[in-house]
Design a protein around this ligand. Sequence first.
Ligand code: SAM
Ligand code: SF4
Length: 468
Amino acid sequence: MAIAETATFIDEAEIGSVLEAGAKHDSGRVREVLAAALEMKGLGMSDVAVLAGISDPEMLGELFAAARQVKEHIYGRRLVIFAPLYVSNFCANDCTYCAFRLRNKEVKRRALTQDEVANEARILVESGHKRVLLVAGESYPNEGFDYVLKCIDTVYKTKSGPGEIRRVNVNVAPLNMDEFHALQEAKIGTYQLFQETYHRETYRQVHLVGKKRDYDWRVTVMDRAMSAGIQDVGVGVLFGLWDWRFEILALMQHVRHLEQAFGVGPHTISVPRLEPAVGSDVATHPPKPVADIEFRKLVAILRLAVPYTGIILSTRETANIRRETFALGISQISAGSRTNPGGYAEEEGGITEDGQQFSLGDHRSLDEVVKDIAGLGYIPSFCTGCYRLGRVGKDFMDLAKPGDIRMHCDPNALSTFAEYLADYASPETRVVGEALITETLATMDPKSRAVSEKLVEKVRAGRRDVFV
Ligand code: SAM
Ligand code: SF4
């Protein structure tokens, strides 16, 4: 199959006309779309446009109720937890919204040595993390792309006490086929990359120099990744650059294209909003700011539109917004994050936030986040089972769509949470967490409960890394 080289699948004229038609809906049509959404087979572009056009508070309430129902049915009360690991902030691009941009003199540049990467990984392991998202600017001084491969290898090799990082996801600039083959051999989990904005003119205005100016090279990146055998890919938009309604419809076109070309859409969608960044006016004053209520709305719409695609919320959001949006559709969150290379070691040594990519909305430690979300009734999951067993890409979706994946996810979430509580939690978090495990087991169907109890018992008896 020929790999797409231009963004023919992003059709701005189609988005414009679908949005215009969607804005003319009445409540009857909205309810029709919501009823279809509850069948959990996903939505088409015109349905998404109808939901994007909702302004009536009553209809908005019904949208949120439908999203909560779908989220609860498919994901239950699990929230997968990960930490970003920034390895380098050198960059040859100049994205107006990012502190790492080439011409920003206000940021101290640093590429971690492999010893430093191992140290960061050790700190994350010792705080209880099992999943890491490796992040870098687009420039790898001296070593080229091999630097990224070495970093992945270092993270996987780092062990400390009973723990290790079991899945490394990667967010680095678009790669060519050879590089993707190498990334696949390095056993990454998800390859993640955000288009930032799908709106071509806005894209041109915010990307001033460097390879990132090439919209087509970026938007076709997942075609190359999937052709090279990377089955789990993560897409995203940096909300605040252009109209969010346009962006979610473009996301739908991207998903549709990947489904048609590869038989499976993206594994995850990330929904970062622009955060203030040192040396960036655009980040401080987003051209198209997305208000909190609109943000919740777009998360709810995405949950209904692509029910089986994970939605990732990062540390960019405050603890309050995170809490509100979990119920609407979020399935993965970052916790205890630092966005400057070496940030975890610096924090351990009492220095903070020099050279970070953007300001964090949530400064709490992993333990505080775990205690908070467990107190809200969510089960923090550190599971990496699917990736380890090769349940990825289309195989994963084939299990997920009939609902069979919960037979794996629910027990694995509980066993990895039990591991966290036993090995890393503070006494207060352990009390909250153990109560949640007991309560959750009591409400499970008999089959899942039996599997879960067995796994949790193994963990309590000292076994680690058990999953089904
Ligand atoms: N350099 C690579 C790239 O640009 O794709 C990968 C790493 S980059 C640090 C990861 C993401 O950070 C970008 O895709 C962008 O969406 C996000 N980002 C940049 N500046 C941001 C800001 N001010 N607020 C929130 N997210 C930001
Ligand atoms: Fe570089 Fe990525 Fe930041 Fe752009 S978003 S300046 S490419 S690190």
